[in-house]
Every structure is written in structure tokens, then in C-alpha cells.
Design a protein around this ligand. Sequence first.
Ligand SMILES: [Mg+2]
Length: 193
Amino acid sequence: MNSLKLPVNEIGFDIDGVVADTMEAFLRLAREDHGIHGISKEHITSYWLEECLPIPEKVIEAIIERILHDPFGIRLKPIPGAIETLTKIGMENRLIFVTARPVGKPIAQWMRTQLSQVPESNIHVHATSTHAAKGKVLQDLGISCFVEDHLETCKSLALHGIKSILYDQPWNQGEAPFLRVSSWAEIRNIISL
Ligand SMILES: [Mg+2]
């Protein structure tokens, strides 16, 4: 085993923007439900959608409500490669997901459905409601390394001694003192599996 690789039992994962292609769902719902066309993922240059998209705040809120409560109804898709790598990990290890979503149940069900080959007892989804709460939750779970797409969260995790792996997305560009990965193949390569 390559000792530079990350210990598989100490890794945790964010969900939206890392495992789930939430922005694809957002843009699709904007088109289908609200007739908003001409916006692509590259336009999402801020984590805070109202700061970067020419979409009324009320519409953004309505779409996010659906994404939070009905991942099956909106046909939320996984990011390519995520399920294969997570399945490989989860067959024999715990899988820790920590999301800032305010409700955990719908996304936990979605996760279990996606990871249908993984024993359910290995799948743990924690919903913290806030980004700031993630560090403590991860620390208590013994997680030393977290895959995340929100730059500010990565910075706050450092205060808890947790190393972040930044999942590259249009909304987290710029210099950052974190290992940046842009695919699940890259994640697979740095984990001791
Ligand atoms: Mg995220």
C-alpha cells in the first residue's frame, strides 16, 4: 500500500456538488419548471446562486426546496464515477456523508438507492443544517479528510484539523491551499483501497 494514500476509514464526503450533480438538476428545473434557458454550469461562479444567476430569488428558493425534499422526483443524478468508487469503498468500509442540508432523510434514501450494492449499515448520512457545524461532526466521527466543493467549508474544516479535498467546480475557482480534484477517478487514486 502506498503510504501517501489516504486511509479509507478516515475519509468523508459532502453530497451536493461532490456525489450528486445538484447543479445539473437546478438548471434543468429552471428550464422545465420556470422556462429559464441559456444558463449553464459555467455561469455558476459563486456558491450563492442569487449572487451569480439572473434568476429571481423566489424561483431559486422554489427550485432548492424541490431539490432538498424530492431527489427522486427531480431525478437527481450522481456525478460520473462517484457511485463506482463509493461502492468499492462501501463494500467493506463505512461511508460517511456529511451535508449541510437541513433535512437528511430524502437524500439518505437517494444515497441508499444509488449505493444499492453497499450494505445499508455501512451508509451514514449526517445532515447538519449549517456549513459551520460540519467540522465538529466530522471530528467526532474520526474523519481526517473530507471531499467538499464549498471553499468556505474547506477553510472552516482546517480549524478542526481536517484536511479538505476540493472537488473542482465552477463555483470554487481561484487559489486555494487544498488538494483539488476534478474527477472521481482522481479521488479513487488517492485513497488506500
Ligand atoms: Mg456541496
